[in-house]
Design a protein around this ligand. Sequence first.
Ligand SMILES: Nc1c(C(=O)O)ncn1[C@@H]1O[C@H](COP(=O)(O)O)[C@@H](O)[C@H]1O
Length: 175
Amino acid sequence: MTDIVVGIVMGSDSDLPVMQGAATVLETLQVNFELTIVSAHRTPKRLFDYAQTAEARGLSVIIAGAGGAAHLPGMVASLTCLPVIGVPIKTSTLNGQDSLLSIVQMPAGVPVATVAINNAQNAGILAAQIVAIKFPAIRAQICRYKSELEQMVLAKAEKLEQLGYSQYLADYQLP
Ligand SMILES: Nc1c(C(=O)O)ncn1[C@@H]1O[C@H](COP(=O)(O)O)[C@@H](O)[C@H]1O
């Protein structure tokens, strides 16, 4: 394990069921991270403090998840030179379209790398790929992860071809 290199922040603990996807994949890839709650709207002073001290605390990349009027990722990006990955959280009223557009439509000069709605797992993988530039051990974990993913899909394709469509469908377990 490395020192803590990835920061995960979320606007509310209600985002945790989604944001744990980033934490889980970072654990799998053996990347150390910190995880906390920061809100641009509700805790603006904490937001400034978190973003402005992030680099000095050793972070290389920040994942920020928020829903609705999701200003958190953009505000973090405005306050640090570190790359920021935004996770739009699915909302009950607008299905996360509001979160997605709030995060992705940043003005030129202040980018937030935005993943799909609720796809915190991809944010974790992307963060690991960024820190892997500095840490060859993490790069090796990512290559292993991708290879396992490939093997898993190839095994399914083989099973589908062996069993045939109807039998495969009958055995299929919904995720
Ligand atoms: N979008 C933001 C910000 C922010 O951008 O600063 N702070 C909280 N939130 C979001 O509000 C939603 C509802 O939060 P509650 O469930 O606490 O009411 C969450 O998805 C959170 O990310």
